[in-house]
Design a protein around this ligand. Structure first.
Ligand code: ADP
Ligand code: ADP
Length: 234
């Protein structure tokens, strides 16, 4: 069964003067253990799609299923709960709490699910160690390099053991060497831990790193293929 499934999903925005359709009928299945990129130019609908796939937003048409549940049947708190149990998010600009240590940043998602303080810390330490930051537990974000901050953000996304990790331009604020190590970490989490990784990017060379590439253009999926887009006949 797909971890997340979009069936003919439409998302339009009300602009007062009219409506703009950011997504015009998108069908996509994210399978457990998938490794895919969603790639397309600016304005093509990538962020809108990522928000929908992660349950941060709801479609205006079509069906979206997360963990097999049609999200139309869920109240806002039920959707938030499903999201917190199923999806991890990584953003370009880390979104870490600035005055808070790495270990506390990573433990935060566990507060919302009522995990006790000692277990929260143990899980956060374990997850930071897994991403190579066992020696940075008590550093605050401004005491860490950009690559380290993104690793903290990845650890925070992983601490709840999500089936799917949605990463929106995760290397966008990093130099190429640091970006490379973050991509390698995401690949490792996919191959060794079986986390489905969805890399959202405008950069085709980054997209070429995932096993499957979904190309989005003007709110529609143009190509969804495990073969490199260049190899597909035009
Ligand atoms: P991408 O992430 O590929 O740059 P987006 O999903 O951000 O694309 O945007 C797709 C389209 O939807 C664009 O035309 C954008 O202007 C429009 N859009 C996105 N968010 C909103 C919003 N909150 N209100 C109105 N239009 C929006
Ligand atoms: P980079 O080499 O990526 O530019 P920095 O030179 O900023 O990173 O930092 C190198 C290391 O020193 C990092 O691992 C970071 O954790 C640590 N560090 C940087 N600034 C501070 C600070 N103010 N206090 C404690 N540790 C710091």
């Amino acid at each position: 069964e797909p971890a997340v499934e979009a069936i003919d999903v439409v998302r339009s925005y009300d602009l007062g003067a009219g409506r703009v359709a950011a997504l015009r009928g998108v069908s996509l299945r994210i399978m457990p253990g998938d490794h895919l990129s969603i790639v397309g130019p600016s304005g093509s609908g990538k962020s809108t799609l990522m928000h929908l796939l992660g349950g941060l937003d709801r479609p205006t048409g079509g069906e979206l299923r997360i963990g097999g549940r049609d999200i139309r049947t869920l109240t806002a708190p039920e959707l938030a709960d499903l999201r917190n149990r199923t999806i991890g998010f990584v953003f370009q600009s880390f979104h870490l709490l600035p005055r808070t240590s790495a270990v506390e940043n990573v433990a935060l998602p566990l507060v919302y699910r009522g995990t006790g303080a000692r277990q929260r810390r143990a899980r956060a330490v374990e997850t930071l160690t897994r991403v190579g930051l066992g020696h940075r537990l008590d550093h605050r974000p401004n005491q860490l390099s950009g690559g380290e901050q993104q690793r903290v953000a990845i650890a925070r996304a992983l601490v709840t053991d999500p089936a799917v990790l949605l990463a929106d331009e995760p290397t966008g604020n990093l130099d190429s060497v640091t970006g490379e190590s973050v991509l390698a970490l995401l690949e490792e989490l996919n191959t060794e831990r079986g986390v489905a990784v969805v890399l959202v990017t405008h950069d085709r060379s980054l997209a070429a790193r995932t096993r499957r590439q979904v190309i989005i253009r003007d709110g529609l999926i143009a190509t969804d293929s495990p073969v490199p887009p260049r190899a597909v006949a035009a």
